[in-house]
Ligand binder design. Sequence first.
Ligand code: MN
Length: 156
Amino acid sequence: MQPFLKSALCAAALHASTAGAAPQEITPAGSQPATTGSAEYFTGQVQVEPVWPANGEINASGGRVTFSPGARSAWHTHPRGQRLLVTAGVGLTQEWGRPVQEIRAGDVVWCPPGVKHWHGASAHSAMTHLAVTGTTAQGQNVQWLEKVTDAQYQGK
Ligand code: MN
C-alpha cells in the first residue's frame, strides 16, 4: 500500500472510533475523600474510599474498603450482587446459615443477589477489598440488616 493511502486510512479509522464519543476521564489518585463506615452498618474502624460510581454503561459502583482487625460490616444483601477482590490482609466472610470463611489478598468473592452475608477483617489482621456492587434502576445497591454479634463473628 502506498504510504499516503495507508496514513489516510488510519486517520479515517481514528476519526470513526472517536466521533461522537465522550472523552476518557482520569480520576487522579487521592482526589476522592475517604469516609468512615457508619456505626449503624459497621462494627469497629472501617474506611470507605469511593473508586468509581455506577453509570449507564457499567451499572456497578467500585469502592475500596479497609477494615481494622475485628471490624466488619453488618449483615446485608445486594439486590444485584457484589464481587469482592481482596487487595490486602486477611479477612472473614459468612453467608447466613453457613460457616465463617477466611479470605486473603488475591481471593475473589461473588455474592449473588439477595444472599444474606457479611464481610470484614480477621481478628488479628486488617483487610482491604475492592467491592464492585451492582445497582438497580432505582439506584439501590444494598439492603442493611442487623449487626454481626461477637459470637457470630467468632463462629460460635
Ligand atoms: Mn456485601
